[in-house]
Design a protein around this ligand. Structure first.
Ligand SMILES: [Zn+2]
Ligand SMILES: [Zn+2]
Length: 392
């Protein structure tokens, strides 16, 4: 029973961490009820805790907390990396302890003892690759190449220098305040990886999310096959129909089989539910990032576009109002009939309001090109070093 409780706690903590992290990442949750919950989990509750520390321990306690906060949130640190390893290790451990005794089973071969370990191993390898790979750091040595690789669109990126690195800021790059460096085609700083996600490692990041989604699905299928094998080995259907005389129909048998599984294999059922929830979250997160990759946009750029579009809409509205006011005043001066001027004003206004704000993403060069750019980043290609010799 202790294992089940441990598993429930492990599941709840993981989900809380993953959900709050993902909600903070997705722009669709901004300003919504979920975003407010995320804000409370990350900042609101913490603010109360900070006040409590100040109240109980005085300014020395508050200062100590500030140093911890600086270490945890404002500087690169391996805390979330440790939590990831703990989550994947604990999940694999629970599965191995509870279910490996049934492998090989009626529907599952013995090879899955090793393939499951291999799957987790590849997952950890992708994690290490994303964590410790160069995200595309811009320095004085490669800045000229990055400057020619991505032209300025003069909408969301215009020519300027990074005030901290004292080098020109290539289009699509951003200075990461946590790592204190400029990163090309900057996507976001990932706390889980303790690394920026940028031009050179977006491919590993995408592979990491997709692979972990697949591991979860693999786990669910393998556990389902183990349980199906147990049903077969223990002749549960046969006992229910022959011994207890229950009608051999899906409607009559299904609730009894589910009840039997919940009683006898609750650890496996809990793990399956946990894996299903995590896989859904990962699928959503992967689809969000895949859409960005397909349109050759980064998370950083999607925020920038969002800001630009809302600003542009406001400008258009202001223009439309000014234009309507101008035409009303003009018609008043011309002393036209009031009925006619009203209609003319109405149509002029609506025509102006219809002006659509278009997102003109210069870097979007079609599905195939965009995917190719993520899988084979520009800086890994030969043409990138040719640019360097040209610019010299
Ligand atoms: Zn910089
Ligand atoms: Zn960073």
């Amino acid at each position: 029973m202790a294992v089940q409780w441990l598993l429930v706690c492990h599941g709840l903590v993981t989900l809380l961490v993953v959900v709050s992290f993902l909600c903070g990442q997705w722009p669709i949750f901004q300003g919504t009820f979920i975003q407010r919950i995320h804000f409370f989990i990350t900042f609101g509750a913490y603010d109360y805790f900070r006040r409590l520390i100040h109240f109980t321990c005085g300014s020395r306690g508050a200062n100590a907390l500030l140093s911890v906060e600086y270490f945890c949130c404002d500087r690169p640190n391996p805390i979330l990396q440790g939590i990831y390893l703990l989550i994947i290790g604990a999940t694999y451990y629970f599965i191995a302890v509870s279910s490996f005794i049934y492998i090989p089973g009626y529907y599952i071969s013995g090879v899955h003892r090793y393939t499951s370990l291999l799957a987790v191993g590849v997952g950890i390898l992708l994690f290490l690759l994303t964590s410790f790979s160069d995200p595309g750091v811009v320095n004085s040595g490669n800045v000229s190449q990055y400057l020619s690789a991505y032209p300025y669109d003069n909408i969301i990126f215009s020519e300027k220098d990074c005030s901290t690195c004292k080098i020109p800021k290539p289009a699509r790059s951003k200075h990461c305040s946590i790592c204190n460096r400029c990163v090309a085609r900057f996507d976001h700083h990932c706390g889980w990886m303790n690394n920026c996600i940028g031009e050179r490692n977006t491919r590993y990041f995408m592979a990491f999310i997709l692979w972990h989604f697949l591991i979860c699905v693999y786990g669910i299928v393998a556990l389902a096959l183990i349980l199906a094998g147990r049903l077969k080995d223990l002749k549960v259907i046969y006992i229910l129909t022959v011994y207890y005389g229950i009608e051999n129909s899906f409607r009559r048998l299904a609730p009894l089989v589910v009840q039997w599984l919940l009683n006898s294999y609750n650890t496996q059922i809990l793990i399956m539910v946990f894996l299903a929830v995590v896989s859904l979250l990962l699928a959503g997160f992967f689809m969000y990032h895949a859409k960005l990759c397909i349109t050759n946009t980064t998370t950083n750029e999607s925020f920038k576009w969002h800001e630009y579009m809302s600003w542009q809409r406001k400008v258009n509205e202001a223009k439309a109002s000014a234009e309507a006011l101008k035409s009303s005043l003009g018609e008043l001066n011309q002393e036209r009939s009031p009925q006619e001027s009203k209609w003319r004003t109405f149509f002029k206004r609506s025509r102006l309001q219809e002006q659509q704000v278009v997102k003109n993403n210069k870097y979007n060069k079609g599905f195939v090109h965009n995917i190719h750019e993520v899988v084979f980043p520009l800086s890994t290609r030969k043409s990138f070093s040719v640019n360097k010799s040209k610019s010299r």
